[in-house]
Design a protein around this ligand. Structure first.
Ligand SMILES: *Cc1c(COP(=O)(O)O)cnc(C)c1O
Length: 345
């Protein structure tokens, strides 16, 4: 039985062109700064998000952690959205490794408004940890891939600036936001000090993420990456895929968004399921199982018997992520399987 894997866009396989580029890539020792392919990727990546410099890191989690380590000192307060990936899914690294204390803000569908941010910034006081860093997320994973506009970002960042906070953007899917909103990624990153984005998700590279920022910030970040064990050697074989990802894979994200909408529209028609169709702006669909005994895990198990892989992200919530390997036909099959799997709930 063919498998339709909607668990994440991280399951995307490298393209043929990427595999050929890996074989041909010119490489050197990147810890010495001598891998020409890594250097080329970092230059291209910095330019894509309008920053002076960029750093190739093994994962998005490490990119975010390096950013927190570089912006803060132990005991500093980091303000972030209550459902943010950095808080929810990164093993508490901001505390366990960076020694910072999170201050959570319950946003509106993942977004922290200027008013909310201001209400959570405490005055200077002997008793309080110093607020140092604001982390934003675009698109917002647990909010179902919501994309936030340049205007929203500018307004919230203006408050952060007024209080002297540094700003890091977890932009794992920043190009999904850029494509969905029809704006250049640079309009989404101009107000922040640093941005992380993933090459290994919808862009289909096998491994790797980028952290970008000012030259001096990236110099210090390089040291933090080394400390965490993220200094890679002939990493050009991976960076070669990242270059292809950035040069060729961004516009096609629109197809993933179209299929996510198809999925959402179809799921909303199935009795016992509820979907905020208008809220599906990029490649993530959240579907709620209704009814008194609605159990997402049970539905996930039943779908598996039809060859459909999805993740439960809450007691009643299932997440579906579209990507390069999901076709229109897969969307149809997924809708049929959902109908069958939820019939007797
Ligand atoms: C996937 C993701 C990350 C982390 O990326 P990994 O490469 O899986 O460590 C960070 N932030 C968000 C919003 C993500 O979706």
């Amino acid at each position: 039985m063919p498998i339709i894997d909607l668990r994440s866009d991280t399951v995307t396989q490298p393209t043929e062109e990427m595999r050929e580029a890996m074989a041909r890539a010119e490489v050197g020792d990147d810890v010495y700064g001598e891998d020409p392919t890594v250097n080329a990727l970092e230059e291209l990546a910095a330019q894509k998000v309008g920053k002076e410099r960029a750093l190739f890191v093994p994962s998005g989690t490490m990119g975010n952690l390096v950013a927190v380590l570089t912006h803060t000192q132990r005991g500093d307060e980091v303000l972030l959205e209550a459902e943010s990936h950095i808080y929810y899914y990164e093993v508490g690294g901001l505390s366990a490794v960076a020694g910072t204390i999170p201050r959570l803000i319950q946003g509106d569908h993942g977004w922290i408004s200027p008013e909310q941010l201001e209400a959570h910034i405490r005055p200077r006081d002997l008793h309080f940890p110093p607020p140092r860093l604001l982390c934003l997320e675009n698109t917002h994973n647990r909010a179902g891939g919501r994309a936030f506009t340049p205007e929203q970002i500018t307004r919230t960042c203006a408050v952060a600036r007024r209080y002297g906070l540094k700003i890091h953007l977890d932009g794992a899917r920043i190009f999904n936001a850029s494509v969905a909103l029809g704006v250049d990624a640079r309009a989404l990153t101009r107000d922040v000090d640093s941005v992380m984005f993933c090459l290994s998700k919808g862009l289909s590279a096998p491994v790797g993420s980028i952290l970008a920022g000012e030259r001096e910030f990236i110099e210090r970040a390089r040291k933090a990456r080394k400390m965490l064990g993220g200094g890679m050697r002939q990493a050009g074989v991976l960076a070669a895929c990242g270059i292809i990802a950035l040069e060729t894979m961004i516009p096609r994200l629109a197809e993933d968004h179209r299929r996510a909408r198809m999925l959402a529209t179809g799921l909303a028609r199935i009795p016992g399921l509820s979907v905020d169709v208008e809220g599906v702006q990029t490649n993530i669909v959240l579907v709620e199982i209704e009814g008194p005994d609605g159990d997402a895990r049970e539905v996930v198990q039943r779908l598996r018997s039809f060859g459909i892989l999805v993740n439960a992200v809450g007691k009643r919530t299932i997440r579906l992520v579209t990507h390069r390997h999901i076709t229109d036909e897969d969307v149809e099959k997924t809708l049929e399987a959902f109908s069958a799997a939820t019939k007797s709930l």
